[in-house]
Design a protein around this ligand. Structure first.
Ligand SMILES: [Zn+2]
Ligand SMILES: [Zn+2]
Ligand SMILES: [Zn+2]
Ligand SMILES: [Zn+2]
Ligand SMILES: [Zn+2]
Length: 259
């Protein structure tokens, strides 16, 4: 459903954080070691949790979205959820932040499950729109809600610098606000912008993403991403100092492809 890593969409791999492919029959899951919490990459075949389990394919569905493909893990209530859904729905936690499992859903407020995905509706999937839970546009005041995986497929997910330099904030925008944010990135950072995918712009945080998960594990419950201290926005600081562009400028000169 997405190129490259099922979680971050980046197609690159690094020696210390390789892209690992599932050897399950008919499974096309690819994940970075750190994106899926693979503590040790085996020398032989590797199987994603779904292929490893003997569960019938029909029963393996994400509790947070209507999409079946992708990199899933067990939830604490015996179901399944995408790792990407777990990362981008703010209240979701990982019981173990290193192995990133099981996915803990108990802190997700009910209202997230009552929202409908505007991307599903836009694409005529009305029957799916109310399935699972929704994240909301990171633009302060915007009420658009959508499934994490719908946003991922539309290229609307971002990793932005949080309050501290090593803190990555997982967020997404509706199409309208995403384009505004992208413009901001472009204006400040045209030289390095080419060839980068929208949802994953810098290798640096992929290499340190185990730490990001720890941040996520400590995430304050109830912070919707719209209200917390970290909710400053790229767009609002437009034209002078976009934090994302600043981050890219700082990080990217060291970026090397190591395939
Ligand atoms: Zn990844
Ligand atoms: Zn698999
Ligand atoms: Zn999902
Ligand atoms: Zn959707
Ligand atoms: Zn919006």
């Amino acid at each position: 459903m997405v190129g490259g890593c099922c979680v971050c969409s980046d197609e690159r791999g690094w020696a210390e954080n390789p892209l690992v492919y599932c050897d399950g029959h008919g499974c096309n899951v690819a994940v970075h070691q750190a994106c899926y919490g693979i503590v040790q990459v085996p020398t032989g075949p590797w199987f994603c949790r779904k292929c490893e389990s003997q569960e019938r394919a029909a029963r393996v569905r994400c509790e947070l979205c209507p999409h079946k493909d992708g990199a899933l893990k067990r939830t604490d209530n015996g179901g399944w959820a995408h790792v990407v859904c777990a990362l981008y729905v703010p209240e979701v936690q990982f019981a173990n932040v290193i192995s990133m499992e099981p996915i803990v859903l108990q802190y997700v407020p009910h209202e997230r499950f009552n929202k409908t995905c505007y991307l599903c509706e836009e694409q005529g999937r009305e029957s799916k729109a109310a399935t699972g839970a929704c994240m909301t546009c990171n633009r302060h005041g915007c009420r658009q809600a959508f499934h994490v995986t719908c946003a991922q497929m539309a290229g609307l997910l971002c990793e932005e610098q949080g309050c501290e330099i090593d803190n990555v904030k997982y967020c997404g925008y509706c199409k309208y606000h995403f384009n505004k944010v992208k413009k901001c990135r472009h204006s400040a950072n045209t030289a390095y912008d080419q060839g980068l995918s929208d949802s994953s712009s810098h290798s640096q945080d992929k290499q340190s993403s185990l730490y990001d998960k720890q941040r996520k594990g400590n995430f304050e419950i109830g912070n919707d991403g719209n209200t917390g201290p970290e909710s400053y926005m790229c767009e609002e600081q437009n034209d002078h100092q976009c934090p994302m562009s600043l981050y890219l400028t700082l990080m990217l000169p060291e970026t090397r492809e190591e395939k």
